[in-house]
Design a protein around this ligand. Structure first.
Ligand code: C2E
Ligand code: MG
Ligand code: MG
Length: 426
């Protein structure tokens, strides 16, 4: 993170609101054709520099090739809206790039929240959701997290879920996991989203628990499994036979009919699949969970333990699980280079997992310094915004194809030797 010309602290005194802006260069592909890849790869930095010079107290959280993430504080959302509009207008004029004028087309997704009343993850998710809507609507979209109508009404969502699953309102995004030593995309995780016709994009944090409560989680997961199988076959057909992981809710590990149906679907395909499960799920009903997990492992589904460390970790169960991969919760990874305690936890988790002959994935890798530290600690795989945000299937295919030399079996040069910006994707 680098700071604006003026110190953010001075504006924080009066600023009761946190603002996060995601600014995406939507005509990046066209610009890259004109400018060439090396120059285009630093366009995000040009945009970031310009914003820093225009907007007081701004901090650039990250600047990828086509996406810039900007944080600042203001006294109220109206002031923030005016500021973002000023930025938007500035970029309506061509930008000078190496002496030539170029028109940058930008999308702005903005999240605002009262300062003492929001966590970073929620603010980021809201800004992502706003950016998604901004792409579709062609205007700046601002979401105010303090508004009651943004807190989804559970009962309504519960009623709407079966229709949403049946009528194709759910869709998947994929986020790659990259093998640190081999410098290849190792696999990818499918993350479900709900494109609600009225409320816009809803992220899983707001509806998975609802789906569990409404008894819809089995239907949703079977839908996901079928979709992932189709997508995996497409990738394999393109020569990228990556294993795709889906998240399995703990409740389903105790549901014999779900397990039977999922096994039947998996047996009928040769798609490479994996399931991510949280250990708390196993602790609830260990005997049946372990039995069911074993039946998935027996038919070739690789198992990963998700969000390790976030719940009540139990070493006793860990040993009994037929899992090949342990994913360290992003809560420990996000603060890795700024906390004293988290590196110790991460380090010992990596050693423990290796002792149990599991590979370790760190999720929530957002910075090159976190990646460097994890690499030194012997972490096997990394997943996070530094490498890529979750992408729609077509964008994910492009990501895999562009980074073709990263795919299994590829040769090529080291991605870690490339500039940081190349690892950042919109
Ligand atoms: P998870 O399985 O731990 O997934 C990782 C979450 O971290 C995703 O949020 C992802 O977008 C986010 N993430 C990835 N990289 C970074 C990063 O560098 N920084 C930060 N701050 N966040 C990062 P998402 O997609 O909102 O999913 C949240 C959770 O919802 C998932 O956590 C998973 O537990 C659940 N979920 C998602 N899809 C499904 C599904 O199909 N079925 C079930 N049962 N649960 C799902
Ligand atoms: Mg997961
Ligand atoms: Mg996780």
């Amino acid at each position: 993170m680098w700071n604006g010309a003026r110190d953010a602290a001075s504006s924080q005194d009066v600023a009761a609101w946190r603002i996060l802006v995601l600014c995406e260069i939507s005509n990046f592909a066209t610009l890259r054709r004109h400018l060439g890849r090396p120059r285009a790869d630093s366009l995000g930095v040009d945009v970031a520099d310009r914003i820093l010079s225009l907007c007081e107290g701004t901090r650039i959280v990250s600047a990828g090739r086509a996406l810039v993430e900007i944080a600042f504080e203001r006294e109220n959302p109206l002031v923030a809206a005016a500021e973002v509009d000023r930025l938007r207008k500035t970029f309506l004029r061509p930008v000078d790039i190496d002496g030539e004028p170029y028109q940058l087309q930008l999308h702005f997704g903005v999240a605002v929240a009262p300062a003492g009343d929001c966590d970073d993850v929620r603010l980021t998710e809201a800004a992502e959701s706003a950016l998604d809507q901004a792409r579709g609507q062609g205007r700046v979209v601002m979401l105010d997290l303090s508004r009651a109508d943004l807190a989804f009404d559970k009962l309504t969502l519960m009623r709407e879920l079966p229709r949403a699953i049946a009528e194709g309102e759910m869709f998947l995004q994929y986020q790659p996991k990259v093998h640190v030593r081999r410098q290849q995309i190792a696999s990818a995780e499918a993350l479900v989203r709900w494109q609600h016709p009225v409320r816009g994009l809803i992220l899983p944090g707001d509806f998975i628990a609802v789906a569990e409560e409404a008894g819809e989680i089995a239907a949703l997961t079977l839908w996901t499994l079928r979709k992932v199988i189709v997508d995996q076959r497409v990738l394999a057909g393109e020569g990228r036979d990556l294993r795709l992981f889906i998240n399995i809710s703990g409740l389903l590990l105790a549901d014999a009919s779900f397990v039977a149906e999922a096994c039947a679907i998996v047996r009928a395909t040769d798609a490479k699949l994996g399931f991510e499960i949280t250990e708390t799920a196993v602790i609830r009903d260990p005997d049946s969970a372990i039995r069911h997990l074993q039946s998935f492992a027996d038919i070739g589904v690789e198992l990963a333990i998700d969000d390790y460390g976030a719940g009540l970790s139990s070493l006793a169960y860990l040993k009994q699980l037929p899992a090949k991969e342990l994913k360290i919760d992003k809560m420990f990874v996000l603060q890795l280079t700024s906390s004293n305690r988290d590196p110790l936890i991460v380090r010992s988790t990596i050693d423990l997992a290796h002792a149990l002959e599991m590979e370790v994935t760190a999720e929530g890798v957002e910075t090159p310094s976190a990646l460097a530290l994890l690499s030194v600690m012997g972490c096997d795989m990394v997943q996070g915004f530094l490498i890529s945000r979750p992408l729609g299937f077509d964008a994910f295919r492009k990501f895999v194809a562009e980074d073709g030399h990263l795919a299994p079996g590829g040769t090529g040069h080291s991605p870690f030797a490339r500039p940081e910006s190349i690892w950042k994707r919109a």
